[in-house]
Design a protein around this ligand. Structure first.
Ligand SMILES: Nc1ncnc2c1ncn2[C@@H]1O[C@H](COP(=O)(O)OP(=O)(O)OP(=O)(O)O)[C@@H](O)[C@H]1O
Ligand SMILES: O=C(O)[C@H](O)COP(=O)(O)O
Length: 398
């Protein structure tokens, strides 16, 4: 792949110690991994390295333990899930540097996989402290980064190590970078973005960046209310950041200047309560009752969104169009997701989506596998959409 070394460039690795940065920051409930998607994504890299005879040493973080060991943030309970998905034994060492790690590495045979304890149990990790990078590098001959979702962090295991050892993108990192290149880096035009979710405040940089890059920007979800209110529409009791009216206006101005069509809801599904089965009605956006909340965009808006999807060659999506966790306010997100999936399957659309709730919404619609690429990254995907440099990616550039 242009600009990055991948596993195709790694050469003979039998007997070599390969430090592989993975993202095992997975949801755990009652001591069990409740969503294994991130683990599934790293299997191709681990499988390939192990089959080629490397000693595969995994580096990962879990949670935010603030630089000190804490049982709550141990990676130990994750080992079983990794073993089950990789289909071979995975050893565990209770520290990622020092004697504990070195002894575990010394015991490895070619093809073995070893997971080292949470890198964030050491203060040096998040400070990108060169001494901590050296301590990590002591256990490896080569470095592979397969954790795009942690690449927005300039930490020792995501950035520092790449300065000390020959560095390569793993298969998931490679797939992610190739998909993102197709999404916004070098997309086939026209490009349409759908941005939804709860609040404008969390996505200001993203919206500012997108209006300069895409041909049309659909704004849905709770954040659309802030734009509607800024335009003078009464949104009743809807979630709305009235203090951000100025920001919303500025985004609308920048969109107009850049020639980006900005699409706001023309109708909404409103209710008086935010709960499953709450009585709801569809109203024109200028007729939202003063005591009601907009919890989804309405069918006329979905029709408009789908028409934009039909015109698009590339679609980038972050954030649901409504409160999709609660029926019937999932209808618009499900309908637009299905439409985008069908266009993608027909070979007419490149569709790239990301964000924790977005992935959940696409899964809920049953179409996540039909998108061109669905990123498991949260913060890293947002920072990429904001146009910010990702230290863990930049350092891999040849
Ligand atoms: N009209 C609405 N009113 C209130 N909440 C809404 C509305 N539309 C969407 N939401 C909420 O927005 C949330 C998702 O937004 P968010 O911005 O977090 O998405 P994301 O970027 O995909 O996720 P993450 O931040 O986890 O990566 C959901 O919980 C959804 O219920
Ligand atoms: O879950 C994520 O988004 C990544 O693993 C990064 O985690 P962090 O936000 O704690 O750095």
């Amino acid at each position: 792949m242009a600009g990055f070394k991948t596993l195709d460039d790694i050469g003979t690795i039998a007997g070599k110690r390969v430090l592989v940065r993975v993202d095992l920051n997975v949801p755990v409930a009652d001591g069990k991994v409740s969503d294994t998607t991130r683990i599934e994504r790293i299997v191709p890299t681990l499988d390939e390295l192990s089959k080629k005879g490397a000693k595969v040493i995994l580096l990962a973080h879990f949670g935010r333990p603030k630089g000190a060991p804490s049982p709550e943030f141990s990676l130990d309970p994750i080992v079983n899930a990794v073993e089950a998905l990789v289909g071979r034994p995975v050893a565990f060492a209770a520290d990622c540097i020092g004697k504990e790690a070195a002894d575990a590495v010394a015991k490895m045979k070619n093809g073995d996989i070893l997971l080292l304890e949470n890198t964030r149990f050491h203060k040096g990790e998040e400070k990108n402290d060169p001494d901590f990078s050296k301590a990590l590098a002591a256990n490896g001959d080569l470095y592979v980064n397969d954790a795009f979702s942690a690449a927005h962090r300039a930490h020792c295991s995501t950035e520092g190590l790449a300065h000390l050892l020959p560095a390569f993108a793993g298969r998931t990192m490679q797939a992610e970078l190739e998909a993102l290149e197709k999404g916004l880096g070098n997309p086939v035009k026209p490009v349409v973005a759908i941005v939804g979710g709860a609040k404008v405040s969390t996505k200001i940089d993203l919206l500012m960046n997108l209006v300069k890059k895409v041909d049309a920007l659909v704004i849905g979800g709770g954040m659309a209310n802030t734009f509607l209110a800024a335009r003078g529409t009464d949104v009743g009791k809807s979630l709305c950041e009235h203090d951000l009216a100025g920001t919303a206006k500025q985004i609308m101005i920048e969109a107009a200047e850049a020639g980006c069509a900005l699409i706001l809801p023309v109708d909404g599904v409103v209710a008086r309560e935010f709960k499953a089965g709450a009585a709801s009605e569809t109203v024109a956006i200028a007729e939202v009752p003063a005591d009601a909340m907009i919890l989804d965009v309405g069918p006329k808006t979905v029709e408009a969104v789908n028409q934009w999807i039909d015109r698009a060659a590339t679609l980038v999506w972050n954030g649901p169009l409504g409160a999709f966790e609660i029926a019937p306010f999932d209808a618009a997100t499900v309908a637009a997701a299905k439409h985008a999936a069908a266009r993608t399957k027909a070979g007419k659309l490149v569709s790239v989506a990301g964000g924790g709730d977005t992935v959940a919404a696409l899964n809920h619609a049953g179409v996540a596998d039909d998108f061109t690429y669905v990123s498991t990254a949260g913060g890293a995907f947002l920072e990429w959409m904001e146009g910010k440099p990702l230290p863990g990616v930049d350092v891999l550039k040849a």
